[in-house]
Design a protein around this ligand. Structure first.
Ligand SMILES: *Cc1c(COP(=O)(O)O)cnc(C)c1O
Length: 229
């Protein structure tokens, strides 16, 4: 059986190769290891192989894993849907939240973030394909939400995130990622600077890297199929 250490090495190679093919620096793209519904043992395997950034979708599961991996100097990213009644523990325990789609959530996180930890890094989630029942803000509401978040004291608006509809073909996969890149450019033109495009998963990270992803969020290709329960 191929293990996490081997998968990690080959994904790292592939990410660096894609970046180079796209005319970017080989280390321009950060790998976020999505460990939801995976055992702590696999997180530790990846950590021992040098992986620092991990992503979790469920608050309680994430908190347990953060507690069990203390001392490994890991960086934790919340990438699931965040309910307002859970913002406090997220503000106190995570380093990033990729899925902000309401000003209220950002305000709560800013208020609840312990100052000693420094600002919480956030990305705004864009419903880039305008899908019904999908999290994320419509493209139209991005300028106002970004401007409001940029004013909040204890969070740092780092960039944009998307979870596009699944597309099979590489050229098709590039389209929503190109859109996210353009949106970040429009924010910049309005004076809101960001440095992060969180886009691309196991099935489409190559396309995302070609369109400027700075963070790819990879679960299955690294850890194998998730526990369904
Ligand atoms: C589960 C998840 C991923 C990882 O998906 P894989 O296809 O397993 O790589 C990435 N981003 C988000 C937001 C997720 O929920």
């Amino acid at each position: 059986m191929i293990g996490v250490t081997e998968n990690l090495a080959s994904i790292r190679d592939s990410v660096a190769f894609c970046a180079t093919e796209a005319g970017r620096q080989p280390d321009a793209v950060k790998l976020l290891a999505v460990s939801k519904k995976q055992p702590v043992s696999k997180i530790l395997d990846a950590a021992n192989a040098g992986q620092r950034d991990f992503g979790e979708n469920f608050v309680q599961e994430g908190l347990e894993k953060i507690a069990k991996t203390q001392g490994n100097n890991l960086i934790w990213h919340f990438i699931g849907h965040l309910q307002n009644n859970k913002t406090r523990v997220v503000a106190e325990n995570f380093d990033w939240v990729h899925t902000i789609d309401k000003l209220k959530t950002a305000e709560r996180l800013s208020k609840q973030r312990p100052e000693a930890l420094g600002p919480l890094n956030i990305c705004l989630q864009i419903n880039v394909d305008n899908e019904v029942d999908k999290s994320g803000i419509p493209i139209d509401s991005l300028p106002d939400l970004a401007a409001a978040c940029a004013e909040l004291p204890n969070i740092a608006l780092r960039g944009l995130m998307c979870l596009p509809a699944i597309r099979a073909e590489f050229d098709e996969q590039r389209l929503p990622f190109a859109r996210l890149r353009e949106l970040a450019g429009q924010l910049r033109d309005n004076g809101v600077m960001t440095d992060t495009l969180s886009m691309g998963m196991s099935g489409d990270y190559r396309a995302a890297i070609f369109e400027g992803a700075t963070v790819v969020r990879i679960g299955t290709a690294l850890f194998g199929e998730r526990n369904k329960s």
